[in-house]
Design a binder for this molecule. Structure first.
Ligand SMILES: [Fe+2]
Length: 372
């Protein structure tokens, strides 16, 4: 008797994944792992962009989003592009510019460098340019093509579509690196823009409830459905453990550290070290916790489906509304007082290695932990 497998069955057109099929046809490498150092990934010629690229598939990427790396060789530029999916671009390396042509025919250009963040408004024409004749530029694009391709499974509709989304362009200042702040509440304050020139000096807002001295901002980029937020962990500190749905692509921006992952039924913690270049996505409802071991504040961004403006899925809406509720009260967050003592013991060991003093003593009884 023939056995059914979960793999795509091409002959019978059964259990297809049009997005993954498309990635295969593009002819560039596809990397899949739990955490990936994108700076170290080998790219290959990508005809679509007249550049180089690789698909970067985090294991916890979920159903809606994925990432690709786009490499511009020294002096290189992409061919003009247009497509019916959203992209949030994080600049990993290099200096260059992007030109976006709005539905009204006006062109907007902005210059980016390492740790810039920008969005490509839906279905606008754009082109990336490497501003250096000597160094490559490496962009990490997180996009919702998996959702769009699996919904329409028609390449021509997605890449050759004239529909103009006028409302996605926003005011001109959003292309120039300025934006509009909307105060919501700690953890959900909004900065609406298309372009953040340098994530490392962007002013964040306090969000104490997620961790001692934590701060963050939620971006609304190009009136998009894709979400991005940035968080900072102070020196010598770590955030509270929490969990949520999959698909949040986390990119380390400044500092170094590690994140622990665990599920209810597991005895041990899975640890992923990070620094600029590393991306991972916490798997569905897996607990995770971020630890800064650097002698400086550590920043990271998280990119995925469901912006603060358009949460898109119920789980994203509920995650925002209930993100600070303790796990014992039906929420998603583990308060310091409730965490497994082993977590703080691991922290103290890691800090011993770096020589950076722990500044968690005022929140956790460290003498007690070291005895256990
Ligand atoms: Fe998280």
């Amino acid at each position: 008797m023939a056995q059914l497998t979960l793999a795509t069955d091409y002959d019978r057109r059964f259990l297809l994944d049009p997005y993954l099929d498309w990635t295969q046809r593009e002819g560039i490498p596809v990397y899949e792992d739990f955490g990936i150092d994108i700076l170290g990934v080998e790219t290959a010629r990508w005809d679509r962009f007249d550049a180089r690229g690789a698909f970067i598939h985090a294991k916890g990427r979920g159903d809606f989003c994925a990432t690709f790396a786009l490499e511009l060789t020294p002096g290189g530029r992409t061919s003009p592009q247009r497509h019916l999916f959203e992209e949030v671009v994080y600049v990993l390396e290099g200096h260059g510019s992007t030109t976006i042509e709005g539905p009204d025919g006006r062109k907007h250009s902005f210059e980016w460098g390492p740790k810039s963040l920008f969005a490509l408004p839906l279905n606008t024409r754009y082109q990336h340019f490497n501003g250096s004749g000597r160094e490559r530029a490496l962009l990490a694009s997180t996009h919702d093509l998996p959702a769009v391709m699996n919904l329409f499974h028609n390449e021509r509709f997605i890449f050759d579509n004239d529909f103009a989304f006028d409302e996605r362009m926003g005011p001109d200042k959003h292309m120039g690196g300025d934006g509009d702040f909307t105060s919501i509440r700690p953890g959900s304050h909004l900065w609406e823009t298309n372009f953040v020139p340098d994530l490392t000096d962007f002013g964040l807002k306090a969000w104490e409830a997620r961790g001692a001295g934590s701060s963050n901002i939620a971006f609304v980029l190009a009136d998009g459905t894709m979400h991005t937020h940035m968080s900072e962990i102070p020196t010598g500190r770590y955030k509270k453990g929490h969990r949520h749905g999959d698909g949040m692509h986390v990119f380390a921006v400044t500092g170094t550290g590690y994140s622990l992952f665990w599920n209810d039924d597991e005895q041990d913690y899975h640890s992923v070290p990070w620094r600029h270049g590393v991306m991972y996505a916490p798997p569905h409802l897996t607990f995770h916790q971020h630890f800064n071991t650097a002698p400086e504040p550590a920043r990271y961004i998280a990119v995925g489906i469901g912006s603060r403006r358009y949460p898109f899925i119920r789980m994203r809406r509920e995650a925002v509304l209930g993100s600070e509720v303790n796990i014992r009260e039906g929420g998603m967050q583990v308060d310091y007082a409730d965490q497994d003592p082993r977590i703080h013991a691991i922290w103290l060991e890691e800090m011993k290695k770096t020589g950076v003093p722990s500044d968690m003593g005022r929140y956790i009884d460290e003498t007690d932990v070291t005895k256990s």
